[in-house]
Design a protein around this ligand. Structure first.
Ligand SMILES: C[S@@+](CC[C@H](N)C(=O)[O-])C[C@H]1O[C@@H](n2cnc3c(N)ncnc32)[C@H](O)[C@@H]1O
Length: 213
């Protein structure tokens, strides 16, 4: 099924925008130094894996945009579309390899997405462009210090009843997110690793916990 079809058939879409403030946007990705020379690319890879993978497969209703803001040169965006991805495996080095192939290529113009491998698109632009493209979704900015993402009287249902509304989440790497866009919501007062925060979002949506939006 093509992603456009998902939208036309009004299937619930979950979106994750992840900002990599220092993540390398162009050149030869140092596969043996993803946390250092690549600008915390390790954090982004864990986030993209947590967004897209279940134990045995891919979540077809998920779209992830990684924002590579560490240069050299302008910001770059990589979009992973769960319903179209091929060759995406639960192994950090293999995902790093997919990213490495893309950032060797010349940076596309803002607003122009080029499919580099099935389901992996390459584009220019920054978080503001992603938010414009996602204006049909409720957007949550994940922030431990904000109000809770669920209602005070929400319960976890005893049967999984996945949420039917589309929703987008904004997360950062290890640095604070410098935007006031999106509804600020917390998953608890302890700051977590980004990929753990994503897993909790999936849990709440998979189980159908009533959200505070
Ligand atoms: C490692 S944290 C970033 C911590 C960073 N020091 C900051 O101030 O944003 C990565 C991302 O996970 C999300 N996150 C972590 N813990 C969270 C929580 N308890 N509630 C909501 N979001 C959380 C936030 O979006 C955060 O940007």
């Amino acid at each position: 099924m093509h992603y456009g079809q998902l939208l036309n058939e009004a299937i619930e879409v979950r979106r994750f925008a992840i900002v990599g403030h220092r993540a390398m946007s162009k050149g030869k990705l140092p596969l043996n130094d993803l946390a250092g020379g690549a600008g915390r690319m390790d954090v982004l890879i864990r986030a993209v894996m947590s967004s897209l993978l279940t134990s045995h497969g891919l979540r077809e209703n998920v779209e992830v945009v990684l924002h590579l803001q560490g240069g050299p040169g302008p910001h770059r965006r990589l979009k992973f579309v769960g319903s179209e991805l091929r060759g995406f495996h639960a192994e950090e080095r293999s995902v790093a390899g997919l990213i490495a192939k893309v950032i060797r290529e010349p940076l596309p113009a803002i607003g122009h997405w080029i499919e580099r491998t099935p389901g992996l698109y390459d584009g220019g632009g920054s978080l503001s462009h992603t938010l414009m493209e996602w204006k049909d979704s409720a957007t949550v900015r994940l922030d431990a210090d904000a109000e809770r993402l669920w209602n005070e009287n929400s319960t976890v249902p005893m049967q999984s009843t996945p949420t039917e509304d589309s929703i987008a989440f904004l997360l950062s790497d290890d640095q604070p997110l410098d935007t006031d866009q999106g509804i600020p919501r917390s998953l608890g007062s302890t700051w977590l690793q980004g990929h753990h925060a994503i897993a909790i979002c999936h849990f709440l949506l998979d189980e159908g916990v009533e959200l505070n939006l």
